[in-house]
Design a protein around this ligand. Sequence first.
Ligand SMILES: NC(=O)c1ccc[n+]([C@@H]2O[C@H](COP(=O)([O-])OP(=O)(O)OC[C@H]3O[C@@H](n4cnc5c(N)ncnc54)[C@H](OP(=O)(O)O)[C@@H]3O)[C@@H](O)[C@H]2O)c1
Length: 355
Amino acid sequence: MKAAVLKAFGSPLSVESVPDPVLGTGEVIVDVVAAGMLAYARDVFSGKRQYLLELPIVPGSGGIGRVRAIGPDATRLSIGDWVMIDPTIRGRDDAVAPDIILQGLTAGTPEALRLQRYYHDGAFAERVRVPTENAVPIGAIDPADAGRWFALGRLLVPYGGLLAGRLLAGETLLVNGATGAFGSAGVMAGIAMGAARIVATGRNAAVLAELEHRFGDRVRTVTMSGSEEDDRRNMQRAAGGPVDIVLDLLPPEASASWVRAAALAVRPYGRVVLMGGIREDVALPYAWMMRYGIEVRGQWMYPRDAIRRLVGMVRSGQIRLDGFTVTEFPLDQVNEAVAHAAANAGPFKMTVVRP
Ligand SMILES: NC(=O)c1ccc[n+]([C@@H]2O[C@H](COP(=O)([O-])OP(=O)(O)OC[C@H]3O[C@@H](n4cnc5c(N)ncnc54)[C@H](OP(=O)(O)O)[C@@H]3O)[C@@H](O)[C@H]2O)c1
């Protein structure tokens, strides 16, 4: 089959013929129809992000495809089913604290490298082999819409954070870094989940204005100034009342002070969910957390059952995929897709590769 291979960090992907994946028990082979390209894929492939990837590898973290072959353990899947290829692969030998990899993107931790060695290759290929539970049915779709359906992958990340933070309808949500690809999807998911108000923060005034225009009165925006106290005051003012939950999705380039500006805006007994790429430590006041029962937690990706519920939100019209602009590239132009994704980062824009 044809696949894009990363042979060395910093070199372009090489599209070549590689052996077909071989089906094992507990696995599914999927014909990839659309595979998502992250805006920061270039930084992963250059080595700048220092993601744990053993090379050579076929990258590509997730997509939409059709089931080609199923193992004997599958009780519901059928050949030809449309599925989301979920890149979140969990080790099966520890139910309490499983190692997790993102297939074709990162092992996450050194302990998970063994899992990555087995489920090594990702979705920038004609076919991909995944654990049975990672081929998640989405129902019949128009093949032309396969790229747009991978907006699921964009939405699932913040949806996982909002589930972790137990967002309830009628609550006030603050999305930190709402002008970004995942942050803006967090605003969309928060609206669909019934947030009464969403405070959206960012630096890009034009994108903030677009968020207000797109989602209406429930969204109030705050343009970040860089002054932690001023920014926090502006967030609390925009909330017009207590902030119940903060979802942080800032990238590694952002500052810990911006995270703190948002985290400390939460109300007493509120919840703070950290999902971004920040590498420095974020000092949060111990006494404030203790006195006000503040809950702070991290979240990587989303629980398995989130996918089916998100599909339900799309099918019932609570989330509209036509709000996403999709640019598609054939596999032969995968390097153009990497460059395009980097140059077109941000809200509601998606770059996909169609093998
Ligand atoms: N936990 C998980 O499961 C998970 C999954 C996927 C991704 N992530 C993380 O989510 C992060 C965000 O991804 P994304 O694709 O949404 O990023 P993005 O599109 O580049 O968005 C970045 C956001 O951060 C803001 N920002 C603040 N300071 C910045 C700086 N110095 N440089 C660039 N942006 C800055 C941007 O504001 P302006 O645009 O207004 O300037 C924007 O709101 C990723 O870096 C990744 O680490 C986490």
